[in-house]
Design a protein around this ligand. Structure first.
Ligand SMILES: [Zn+2]
Ligand SMILES: [Zn+2]
Length: 274
């Protein structure tokens, strides 16, 4: 069994030229699972040699635009390129409406010209699965996947996903705050890929700062959960301050109270799960 994680987009909302918006893939043998689909994610798929049309499982953590802005391009490009398998998009309540409104209506003229040339409509309309409850919601082949609601922006439903492959466990957060429940969800994970948006001093300056994880809270959660490796991402602090040392400083802060390996997410970075 070959399990390989690739960070596609380690950035957040802002137009950071070094970091695409949130997106990542987990490859389990030939199956590719994609998590979030932020700015630049399709281009970064090309950079790591994965064809968009070969991905037919997309999991959205929540509907903040930085995490989903590339979904129409992902769907339309996959259709254009000749998708072979039905695309299934999983996400929180609201995903169906987002997909229905963002693919066909704005691109009606484009779509009708292509269909007019005899293009097969297969692959244009994703099947959407809205996840309403926590826990395992899908399993196939060698893996199962579970979702946990995390506290993020007001009432916006936001998930952290966990993939279990035999006794291997990978946890991928969207945005949001650590909690006891999330700690249990991450128990003994081989890899925890977590947002780490900024230092407490930085986040305290903004009304949305309270929506996000800081190095210290992440470190204590990862320690308590017995997580083996942590990869951090979603560096809002870098976007706003322009300080390119911020991610390293946050990784150092995590290492002060967490013994496992801390990896700074970079676009295109691949990690295998032995
Ligand atoms: Zn975000
Ligand atoms: Zn968010």
């Amino acid at each position: 069994m070959n399990i390989n994680f690739t960070m596609l987009g380690s950035g957040a909302v802002r137009n950071n030229q070094r970091r695409g918006g949130p997106a990542q893939v987990l490859k389990i043998d030939n199956r590719v699972l994609m998590f979030d689909c932020g700015r630049y994610s399709c281009t970064n798929l090309a950079r790591v040699g994965i064809k968009v049309e070969t991905i037919d499982r997309l999991f959205l953590t929540h509907l903040h635009f930085d995490h989903i802005i590339n979904v129409p391009y992902f769907v339309l490009l996959g259709w254009n390129n000749g998708r072979k398998n039905q695309l299934r998009i999983f996400g929180p309540e609201g995903t169906e409406q987002f997909v229905t409104r963002s693919i066909r209506p704005p691109f009606e003229q484009d779509i009708s010209t292509r269909l007019g040339h005899g293009k097969d409509p297969f692959g244009l309309d994703p099947e959407v699965v809205e996840i309403r409850e926590e826990g395992e919601f899908f399993a196939e082949e060698a893996y199962s996947i579970s979702a946990l609601f995390v506290k993020h922006a007001g009432d916006m439903p936001t998930f952290t996903y966990r993939v279990d492959v035999g006794d291997r466990r990978i946890v991928i957060t969207g945005d949001g705050l650590p909690s006891q429940k999330l700690t249990e969800f991450c128990r003994d994970a081989d890899l925890l890929v977590s947002e780490c948006s900024g230092t407490p001093e930085f986040l305290a300056q903004y009304p949305w700062g309270a929506w996000h994880t800081t190095p210290k809270t992440l470190a204590s959660m990862a320690s308590e959960a017995g997580v083996k490796r942590v990869m951090i991402k979603h560096f809002v602090i870098e976007d706003i301050t322009g300080d390119l040392t911020a991610a390293q400083r946050m990784a150092d802060q995590i290492s002060q109270s967490y013994d496992g390996e801390v990896i700074i997410g970079e676009d295109g970075l691949q990690v295998s799960i032995p």
